[in-house]
Design a protein around this ligand. Structure first.
Ligand code: UDP
Ligand code: MG
Length: 319
């Protein structure tokens, strides 16, 4: 029988896990009847401070398809996804959020796309940003435009981290050992034939989103730094541009002095130029700093996560 692993990163999801489990179990038994597939669940408790782990444990007691990994603290969704992917043993593996914003009904469509239409992976893409604050939508759109222009990983606007993948795709993703993980970029970077399944966005089944605007902004900068080195070139371009401007200004001043003599020096304009140039310098040093800090974290080779508890005795060595 074919095994499908479902990876669910959970951070303080005590309210949503029972609803999630019931809904996905429904889909699972339907697909079992139709296609003879079986599901295994891998819940990754990302250092939750509520009863998430307790709830997952009680599920595991009653259902031996439920596996869990619990981290020693909150390591972030990227680490949780990686841990889940490392433990997944299915021929096919899906990643899904716990809050049912990723409709489990799509799993069947994803499955048939891979089985019948020759795709390596099938991913969900939300078509509308309804219900999202307009400022957030604006910046999200801007981010996708920008990152697709300056990086070689195709990152689809509206793509969720909800996808079903073949073993070969999982292996490719796991071969990317970087510390600064940006899954949307990693999924795009590995390539493979992907079927995009569109759906309308739904609100969380319960609980609160873990993403503030600020967190998203930092996440998007991390994404750009992880998948493009173009910002580094901005520093060089800014340098050339300012040298050129300075050269023109020198010429203008020399010519002005020759024609009209030496008028009173323009102190205010000098201060403005000083501020502008030092601003650009700070900005470009900041860009450099981003890349250096990322390289610094990479060189430390720290583990992506630390497991405190698991019921999976086949836990493979994690990095
Ligand atoms: N999540 C996680 N670790 C974190 C933050 C979030 O494992 O530090 C999980 C969370 O439990 C959920 C998924 O990642 O299953 C997506 O989070 P959320 O629903 O808050 O994000 P949104 O859907 O608003 O993008
Ligand atoms: Mg969500």
């Amino acid at each position: 029988m074919e095994l499908i692993s479902i990876i669910v990163p959970c951070y303080n999801e005590e309210e949503t896990i029972p609803i999630f489990y019931n809904t996905v179990s429904g889909v699972s038994s339907q697909m079992n009847k139709k296609y003879g597939v079986v599901f295994e669940y891998i819940f990754v408790d990302d250092g939750s401070s509520d009863n998430t782990l307790k709830i997952v444990k009680s599920l595991a007691e009653n259902d031996d398809r439920v596996k869990y990994i619990s981290f020693s603290r909150n390591f972030g969704k990227e680490a949780a996804l990686l841990a889940g992917l490392e433990q997944a043993s299915g021929e096919l593996t899906a990643v899904m959020d716990a809050d049912l914003q990723d409709p489990p009904e799509l799993l069947e469509e994803m499955y048939t796309a891979i089985k019948n239409d020759g795709f390596d992976c099938a991913a969900a893409r939300r078509t509308s940003r309804k219900g999202e604050p307009p400022v957030r939508s604006f910046f999200a759109k801007l981010f996708y435009k920008l990152i697709n222009k300056i990086s070689n990983a195709e990152i689809t606007d509206g793509a969720r981290d909800y996808r079903l993948m073949k073993r070969c795709v999982i292996d490719a993703i796991l071969s990317m050992r970087e510390f600064n993980r940006f899954s949307k970029g990693i999924f795009g970077w590995v390539g493979f034939k992907t079927k995009w399944i569109e759906y309308t966005h739904t609100d969380r089944a319960a609980g609160q989103t873990k993403w503030s605007f600020w967190k998203l902004l930092i996440y998007s900068i991390d994404g750009i730094v992880a998948f493009s080195t173009i910002p580094l070139s901005i520093a060089a371009f800014a340098g050339i541009l300012f040298c050129f401007a300075a050269f023109v200004m020198i010429l203008v001043i020399i010519i002005k002095t020759i024609i009209w003599g030496d008028p009173v020096a323009g102190y205010p304009s000098l201060v403005c130029i000083l501020f502008l140039v030092s601003g650009v310098q700070m900005f470009t040093i900041g860009i450099l700093g981003q890349y250096i800090s990322k390289s610094y974290m990479e060189t430390k080779r720290r583990p992506h996560y630390i497991i405190r508890e698991t019921n999976n005795n086949t836990v493979k060595g994690h990095p």
